[in-house]
Design a protein around this ligand. Structure first.
Ligand code: UDX
Ligand code: UDX
Length: 440
């Protein structure tokens, strides 16, 4: 089937590439000419494991095309996925203007039936707004449908997630839309055996916000417990293990740390709260989730300040700029909190990240970036770990200690065992466990 995907970001490009991999003919549209030119040269504008292979393969097979022209995309396919960004505005609200614009432009250019599918994360009942917009801008009385098909792709494992989803959710309100979406997803459902859920559009839209908010709540819950652990002498690793083995709870998303980031959880929790307030049911539970998340960063910052007393002129090596391992994405990353705060306090920063350096540098030019972890830690008064990159765990700790001025590690991701670290001569702070002091 022919499919158009508008927006070639973390979600749109992965979705378009995977649709082509399962045999559809896909046109990916983006209004960023530079991105389109890069993609045509088979250069990836984002880092996502396995993405470039699939893109190359399907472009060569003639199943995947790129364009900056929405008219072309509208003519190309009966089904058009909207995967443009919905970034937070200065008010905190998600910016829906890109989604609206796609609706408008598709309406202006379509000459026969089109199914417009919301893949971007939107608040419940956005489909009603889209319908109104489409109707206003349609030149003739041409039939169309709106559907919702939320994405549940985790950056870093997005390709794997796309082929092996826990479920596929589609919100539809016509048989035609149902038939088209079923045909698109059939190869994935057949191969992975995943549940394929059809529901009304509002329910599909809500499923996305409810899922992400619940996962964010799980993280904030374990972070709250980690603070109690620090006060009482319990160990969050052991507690989370004990709690997570209950099948009703499950072990995932119970890693305490410096708080969640990324382009989804912070924005989606915020949008869900706003939606609740607007429709008259206050989701106070999620306001607490946000408060706990913010407090995790402040808490680690306080610990660092207490450990070093004065931060001015201290050299801090920051390990990890991405919001999680496996991605170059720095949106809402903990590093965006710590770097400005430490610069404000006149600390000297040395920064390391295997792939997010470029994206971070765009807004933070003039800082010292290192390709090598050991080099980054050279002469540091403290190392601050912000991303769970596997390279950090593989470090030669004896060498690291030799390289640092003071062997102090502030670990926002609980990557090491405190006792081992103390044994190696480090003063080691992490989250939800007793501080380990270097054994002489
Ligand atoms: C997606 C979703 O759309 C968002 O709602 C969800 O919460 C997270 O995932 P993402 O793919 O991460 O967003 O965004 P981004 O990487 O910024 O990609 C969006 C793309 O849309 C960009 O390439 C941008 O150039 C393009 N775009 C934006 C358009 O093509 N047209 C526009 O009008 C606006
Ligand atoms: C999320 C959703 O998981 C995914 O289904 C989709 O809707 C897009 O948004 P993503 O933001 O890519 O995916 O990453 P995810 O793995 O969910 O992690 C989000 C944040 O939570 C990261 O900052 C991560 O470090 C943090 N996290 C995750 C924790 O702090 N503890 C955990 O136990 C798990």
């Amino acid at each position: 089937m022919n499919i158009t995907v508008v927006g070639t970001g973390y979600v749109g490009l992965v979705s378009g590439a995977t649709f082509s991999e399962i045999g559809h003919n896909v046109m990916c549209i983006d209004n960023d000419d530079k991105k389109v030119a890069m993609l045509k040269r088979l250069e990836m504008p984002i880092y996502e494991e396995g993405l470039d292979e699939i893109v190359r393969k399907n472009v060569k097979a003639g199943r995947l095309h790129f364009s900056n022209c929405i008219k072309e995309g509208t003519e190309f396919a009966e089904v058009i996925f909207i995967a443009v960004g919905t970034p937070p505005m200065s008010t905190g609200e998600a910016n829906m203007s890109y989604v609206e614009r796609v609706g408008r432009e598709v309406a202006e250019n379509m000459t026969s039936y089109r199914l417009l599918v919301e893949k971007s994360t939107v608040i419940v009942n956005t489909n009603e707004q889209l319908k109104r917009t489409m109707t206003k801008y349609l030149k003739n009385d041409i039939p169309f449908d709106i559907a919702s098909n939320p994405e549940f792709l985790r950056e870093g494992t997005a390709i794997k997630d796309a082929f092996n989803p826990d479920r596929i959710v589609v919100g539809i309100e016509s048989n035609r839309a149902a038939r088209l979406l079923k045909e698109i997803y059939e190869p994935i459902v057949k191969k992975s055996g995943c549940p394929y859920l059809e529901m009304n559009i509002a329910s599909a839209e809500l499923t996305k916000h409810a899922s992400n908010s619940f996962l964010a709540m799980k993280i904030s819950f374990i972070n709250a417990v980690s603070r109690i652990c620090e006060i009482t002498g319990a160990d969050i690793g052991q507690v989370a293990h004990g709690v997570g083995l209950d099948k009703r709870i499950g072990p995932q998303f119970l890693s305490a740390g410096v708080g969640y980031g990324g382009s989804c959880f912070p924005k989606d929790v915020d949008a869900f709260i706003r939606m609740g307030d607007e429709c008259g049911y206050s989701l106070n539970i999620l306001k607490e989730v946000q408060r706990i998340n913010a407090s995790q960063r402040e808490h680690l910052m306080r610990k660092l300040q207490q450990e070093l007393w004065v931060l001015e002129d201290k050299t801090i090596a920051i390990f990890g700029l991405a919001f999680k391992a496996g991605t170059d994405d720095v949106r809402e990353s903990p590093s965006l909190y710590f770097v400005p705060k430490l610069l404000e306090k006149k600390a000297k920063l040395r920064l390391w990240d295997p792939i997010a350096k470029g994206k971070f540098d765009q807004d933070h030019p003039g800082l010292h970036y290192f390709d090598n972890l050991m080099e980054c830690a050279d002469g540091a008064d403290a190392v601050l770990i912000l991303t769970d990159w596997p390279e950090i765990k593989q470090l030669d700790l004896d060498q690291l200690k030799k390289n640092m001025k003071c062997p102090i590690i502030m670990d926002g991701r609980n990557l090491f065992d405190p006792k081992t670290m103390a044994g190696k001569g480090f003063t080691y702070h992490c989250i939800g466990k007793k501080q380990a002091v270097a054994m002489k």
